[in-house]
Design a protein around this ligand. Structure first.
Ligand SMILES: Cc1ncc(COP(=O)(O)O)c(C=O)c1O
Length: 383
């Protein structure tokens, strides 16, 4: 039996929604996007939701709307995907990369505090695997509103901190609907905020810097007249993607409880094993379980993480590593002269993480096969 690392969860409802749009005569940004944005804003409980073509686009628009520019620094954790830091570079800003906390692999508020400078325009937290970062502490560090808080919530739909959904903690929050995420539009993302001015700016910049509902230009009630007010981007979401997203959003709670059940099964199976350290959910949090990041106790094993992954692959189980910290990638390391010893937690933890398959389309037989394979690899390689 083989279990891939990820597989999208697509039912007839998604297929029907996309076919309906295909037959409608309108494929790009239009009424489906508007409906999806409204439904998403209502689900999160935010005033604005702007649908775009990727999570990266949402992050870029967030920083742009917040006014990040070449004179600025943006504090980001080393434990993330490169998109979190690259968007600062799009705007000419300097990403200031900091270490994470061992318990949840999320940005360390103390490291943020140490990294704050006169140039700090934004602090970006990333809710790794879906576990909310310490947003209360990040708020306290962010100098009473002078520094903008941006949440890279690519993993955190739906996740809560102190009973409040991720999407309502930071000043601007970016979600991803990439194909491995808890809900998907193939490629896609959503930017949410309470701030009217930032939402207006992000909406304009998401479509070439055009100042008003450009899609209406091509409809019967539309007009040929439009104005360009800034050199914007081409980040709009299509109606095809939005129709898919609306159905996925409607199924989000059901898909989420499936991920929860798989995580519980894994943790029950691995908790007592001295070679394995299952992820923990910290107090006052719920997680989307976008990732299940298992840590190996390498001192209890005769193999390293790479060999562990290889052994699982030989048993038909797909895995991944989240993440190779930014400071270990040539571009970030060389451009900003980053040294592993400046990121002691991430450098150490990186050696022993493995992400196991976790997705709502997994069957009980799939998760049982993952558990059997992990146990088998541990048994064969215990020190
Ligand atoms: C933490 C994080 N941020 C941002 C992104 C970028 O999202 P997208 O692929 O939708 O651009 C990803 C990955 O997909 C991610 O894992």
């Amino acid at each position: 039996m083989t279990v891939p690392f990820a597989r999208p969860d697509i039912t007839d409802a998604e297929v029907d929604a996309v076919v309906r749009v295909l037959r409608s005569g309108w494929l790009t940004t239009g009424p489906e996007v508007q409906r999806f944005e409204r439904a998403f804003a209502d689900r999160i409980g935010t005033k604005h939701a702007i649908a775009v073509c990727s999570g990266t686009a949402a992050l870029h628009l967030a920083l742009e709307a917040a006014g990040v520019g070449p004179d600025h620094e943006v504090i980001v954790p080393t434990w993330t995907f490169t998109a979190s830091a690259e968007v600062a570079r799009y705007l000419g800003a300097r990403p200031v990369i900091v270490d994470v906390r061992a318990e949840d692999l999320n940005i360390d508020p103390l490291a943020v505090e140490r990294a704050m400078s006169e140039r700090t325009k934004a602090v970006m937290g990333v809710d790794i695997g879906g576990q909310p970062a310490d947003w209360q502490a990040l708020r306290d560090v962010a100098r009473g509103g002078k520094t903008v808080l941006v949440d890279d919530a690519a993993h955190a739909l739906p996740s809560t901190l102190r009973g409040r959904l991720i999407g309502t903690w930071a000043d601007l929050t970016a979600f991803s609907f990439y194909v491995t995420k808890t809900m998907s539009t193939g490629e896609g993302g959503m930017l949410v905020t309470e701030n009217d001015a930032w939402a207006e700016r992000a909406r304009i910049m998401s479509l070439h810097g055009i100042s008003h509902d450009a899609w209406k230009r091509y409809t019967a009630e539309g007009t040929w007249r439009y104005e360009v007010v800034a050199p914007g981007f081409k980040y709009n979401m299509t109606d095809l993607a939005a129709a898919l997203g609306a159905v996925q959003l409607g199924r989000l709670d059901a898909m989420s409880s499936r991920r929860n059940a798989i995580a519980r099964r894994y943790t029950d199976a691995f908790a007592e094993d001295s070679a394995l350290e299952p992820p923990i959910v910290l107090a006052e949090r719920t997680t989307s379980w976008q990732l299940y990041i298992l840590r190996l106790r390498l001192e209890a094993l005769r193999i390293d993480r790479a060999a562990f992954i290889d052994a699982l692959r030989q048993r038909g189980i797909g895995t991944s590593v989240h993440f190779i910290p930014l400071h270990l990638h040539p571009y970030w390391r060389e451009t900003y002269r980053l040294r592993p010893e400046d990121f002691p937690v991430a450098t150490r933890e990186y050696e022993r993480v493995v992400s196991l398959p976790i997705y709502s389309a997994m069957t009980d037989a799939d998760s049982a096969a993952v558990i059997d394979a992990v146990r088998d690899v541990v048994r064969a390689n215990r020190r």
